[in-house]
Design a protein around this ligand. Structure first.
Ligand SMILES: *Cc1c(COP(=O)(O)O)cnc(C)c1O
Length: 339
């Protein structure tokens, strides 16, 4: 039994999901004729109370399309320094949009209204034109931390006052909704565009959606084609997405409970310096000088437990659909025994 905590992207489709995929009605989506993709896009848009949605192969693509639609070359994007859009999208902000970034030092991935206010450039020819603020909820490098929704509303107001686009990288927004008992509609009212992933904690093999107003999504559809993301009979994967939205959201609570349980054990270990607060399905912990992150990851691997060294002294474990109670218990036992 391999217990794979490297990422919530490692899940395999369940029999129910496979059945939904096999039964999918499909067509050519570049012609707008794939009924399963149309259904998934409509379902997602209506969940968020937004006008339209666009199905894409990855969360990197949905974020990058959004940035392209919100900016002009030379513009500046404000985000946290640990943001996925900056750290893990291959330099895409510069590559795809010719935009620069202003990185803020947030609180475990979360930036606040005072920081953003101070980061907006004045209308001065010397300065880059600030055009977009991008948040990440939950924050990946922040250990799955969730925003306080009141702060999001304050940031929305600031963006409106300054004519800035307001984007959410919601790759794991589902986890935040469940953890904080919030609704998708609240988020739909707050942001100009939202990216959500189906391939993370919801257990789909592939797929993300960009959600926004009709004219924004129309523009995004054109950018998706230019980025090479126009798909044909991709309804087979969209059907997995519909299945996931209908069946796999409520169970995220289990992942959160299990993450807290495992973190309690990790906190007690002598070789652990600190554990970031566990709010959702991610555990990030820092080691003291007695062991490095790659060394600990190797030790765990000997017990068939896979983790990820995200820094020389930091390890990340992520809970997901394919981690069951037996695996959680074994992991706790292994940590209890570890010296
Ligand atoms: C995983 C992830 C994405 C998108 O990643 P893809 O692998 O391109 O789907 C975007 N943002 C965050 C915060 C993520 O964790």
């Amino acid at each position: 039994m391999i217990i794979d905590f490297r990422s919530d992207t490692v899940t395999k489709p369940t029999p129910g999901m496979m059945e939904a995929m096999m039964k999918a009605k499909v067509g050519d989506d570049v012609f707008g004729e794939d009924p399963s993709i149309n259904e998934l896009e409509n379902l997602t848009a209506s969940m968020f109370g937004m006008e339209a949605a666009l199905f894409c192969p990855s969360g990197t693509m949905t974020n990058q399309i959004a940035i392209k639609c919100h900016t002009q070359p030379g513009d500046e994007v404000i985000c946290d320094e640990s943001s996925h859009i900056y750290q893990y999208e291959g330099g895409g902000i510069a590559f795809n949009s010719g935009a620069s970034v202003k990185l803020l030092h947030g609180n475990t991935g979360r930036i606040n209204v005072e920081q953003v206010k101070a980061a907006i450039n004045p209308d001065d020819v010397h300065r880059a034109h600030t055009s977009l603020v991008s948040l990440e909820n939950t924050s990946n490098r922040g250990g799955g931390s969730c925003y306080d929704f009141n702060e999001i509303i304050k940031l929305q107001t600031l963006c409106k006052e300054n004519g800035l686009g307001f984007h959410l990288d919601g790759a794991r927004l589902w986890n935040a909704l469940v953890a904080k008992n919030e609704t998708a509609k609240q988020y739909g009212e707050a942001f100009d565009s939202i990216s959500v992933c189906l391939s993370k904690s919801l257990g789909c093999p592939v797929g993300s959606l960009l959600i926004g107003k009709k004219d924004f999504i129309k523009k995004a559809r054109r950018v998706r084609k230019a980025f090479g993301g126009g798909m044909r009979q991709a309804g087979f994967i969209a059907a997995a997405g519909i299945y996931a939205l209908e069946n796999n959201i409520d169970r995220l609570q289990e992942d959160h409970v299990n993450a807290k349980k495992i973190a309690e054990t990790i906190t007690k270990k002598e070789f652990v310096k600190m554990v970031l607060p566990v709010e959702t399905n991610i555990i990030i912990f820092e080691l003291n000088d007695s062991i490095t992150a790659p060394e600990l990851v190797s030790k765990l691997k000997l017990e068939n437990i896979l983790g990820y060294a995200i820094a020389p002294n930091r390890v990340r474990l992520v809970l997901h659909l394919d981690i069951n109670t037996e695996m959680v218990n074994k992991t706790i036992d292994v940590f209890n025994e570890l010296k």
